[in-house]
Write a protein that binds this ligand. Structure first.
Ligand code: GLY
Length: 349
């Protein structure tokens, strides 16, 4: 098992290894979580698959487990779901010394984390991600929240978990398409900060434990330097600004992973066009790496179409867009770009 300390304002560990689900309570006790009640928040699909094992593991460690399942899917990442969680927490008389457990993918982590951030002005929570995407991205770093009718992730809070348990047996058993989705974020870590990891991914030489460990370490390093997303953490948006726009234009028929994948390739094209990219052939290498993990490289929309969709994105700051562009493999930079200039470049792509 691998242990990584996430050094935020309230430090915590991410544990990565096989069959951690069955010892969730033990690891929570070891992390100093003294609660009596442990309230599991999950979606209906994940709860049916793993709820029993986690409940048993919590009971074995002396916690009284409770469960709440919301309907699965991004469309339930809403204030209504959070309200339902809050009401159920009240009904179960959960106190500030109890703990919430987010069991599932990114939606479970985000809504449970947000409920934990605001219930009684903040209670502890644990992240047990069951998808690769959640393990390598949303479960670490304390971003919680919901979508609003006006857009994704528009309401939320920073609230760090007390522990993250990444069970690689669960993650390895994902259907191929869900695994691929997570791999887009994994390739992103190689591209922005770790050339050796990128090479390993290109060669297909990393197993699930290695993939999760290196991704979480890379994210931990970035979050340590910029917990509240005012600088370096924006690097994690590599591929996302263009990718979100493509997702939006597809009517969200495109998955987040697919959007990030082709968004990263588009960022390479943008950086080629402006001369920012200094490594010849990097785009081809990225495209091959993505193909290895069954991810698309070709954006079905023009630069002009993407730009239009993008300028409504919440990551737009006044007249400047913080584009994240690749310099070479393992190095991306945040490039504040006037909106007008960005539009002119994208017209050509
Ligand atoms: N998912 C991007 C971040 O945590 O900042």
């Amino acid at each position: 098992m691998k242990r990584i300390t996430i050094e935020t304002s309230s430090p915590y560990e991410a544990l990565i290894g096989e069959n951690l689900l069955d010892k969730a309570g033990k690891y929570m006790r070891e992390a100093g979580i003294k609660a009596k009640k442990a309230f599991i928040v999950s979606d209906d699909t994940v709860l049916a698959l793993y709820g029993r094992r986690v409940k048993d593991a919590l009971s074995a460690a002396g916690y009284a487990p409770f469960t709440l399942a919301f309907e699965h899917g991004e469309k339930h990442k809403t204030l209504a779901t959070v309200e339902k969680i809050l009401s159920t927490l009240c009904a179960a008389e959960i106190t500030r010394s109890d703990v919430l457990v987010a069991l599932g993918g990114g939606v479970a982590g985000d809504v449970c984390g947000f409920a934990a951030a605001i219930y009684l002005r903040g209670v502890k929570f644990v992240q047990i991600p069951t998808t690769l995407l959640a393990a390598v991205d949303s479960s670490v770093g304390g971003k919680t929240g919901v979508d609003l009718p006006a857009g994704k992730n528009l309401a939320g809070a920073f609230h760090q978990p007390s522990l993250v348990l990444c069970d690689t047996s669960v993650i390895s058993s994902l259907p191929e398409n869900l695994y691929s989705e997570g791999m887009a974020e994994v390739v992103k870590y190689g591209m922005i900060k770790n050339a050796a990891f990128f090479e390993k991914l290109e060669a297909g030489n990393a197993d699930t434990e290695n993939i999760v460990e290196t991704s979480v370490r890379t994210k931990a390093e970035i979050v340590k330097n910029d917990e509240f997303d005012r600088g370096e953490r924006m690097l994690l948006n590599f591929g996302h600004t263009f990718g979100h726009a493509a997702e939006k234009l597809s009517g969200f028929g495109m998955s987040h992973g697919e959007g990030v994948a082709l968004g990263m390739v588009f960022a390479c094209r943008y950086a080629e066009e402006t001369g920012f990219l200094r490594e010849e052939g990097l785009r081809g290498r990225l495209e091959s790496a993505l193909a290895r993990y069954r991810l698309p490289a070709l954006c079905p929309f023009t630069g002009k179409e993407l730009f239009k969709a993008m300028t409504n994105d919440k990551k737009r700051f006044g007249d400047t867009i913080n584009l994240v562009l690749p310099r070479r493999a393992g190095l991306a930079e945040i490039c504040p770009t006037p909106v007008e200039t960005c539009g002119e470049v994208m017209e050509k792509l």
